[in-house]
Design a protein. Structure first.
Length: 177
């Protein structure tokens, strides 16, 4: 086996990415405080061709040097919008016909490995603050609460890791090219 060069990877240019078909998923970040997590989620969203990211509340907006460290330019390819309140983002998505999925541990949550996930119709994935999770007022607006099964002693994953797991699951299910 030989490692591929950057040229051999045949990656899209930012312009080609913008014109390409997207996975019908919007990622909503509810008060994410770590700029590195924000950048990582941009980068993962680029990898899976997410259509948009909604940055809400205290979640920082590009351009920002600390976001760029982990985004590696993905803030230039992935469309994003800012909302003062997460509830405004969720209401806009509901009005546009999105199914609202909160990634959170709740009563009645559905385990990711047991739910038949499908990105049709349009889906919004909401990820919460690193300490407090998704606000209860936002959980109340959800169509489903999705929980990532965990078997260890910790009761949570890093928010950017959670984004990667859920987005990969949607991407894999849909078989995007």
């Amino acid at each position: 086996m030989k490692k591929l060069s950057m040229e051999e990877l045949n990656r899209l240019s930012p312009e080609e990415f913008i014109r390409s078909e997207k996975m019908p998923v919007t990622v909503v970040l509810d008060n994410i405080r770590s700029l590195n997590n924000i950048g990582s989620i941009f980068r993962t969203s680029d990898a899976f061709r997410v259509e948009c990211i909604h940055l809400c509340g205290i979640t920082a907006k590009p351009p920002h040097r600390e976001i760029q460290k982990t985004a590696l330019g993905a803030t230039e390819s992935v469309t994003w919008k800012y909302f003062t309140k997460t509830e405004e983002s969720v209401q806009e998505l509901k009005d546009a016909g999105y199914r609202i999925w909160v990634v959170e541990q709740t009563e009645g949550s559905v385990l990711l490995n047991t739910e038949d996930i499908n990105a049709d119709p349009k889906t919004a994935i909401i990820l919460g603050n690193e300490v407090h999770g998704v606000q209860q007022s936002v959980v109340n607006m959800a169509d489903i609460c999705l929980e990532i099964p965990q078997m260890g002693t910790k009761h949570s994953l890093n928010v950017s890791v959670s984004a990667g797991i859920v987005l990969w699951s949607l991407f894999k299910e849909k078989q995007w090219e």
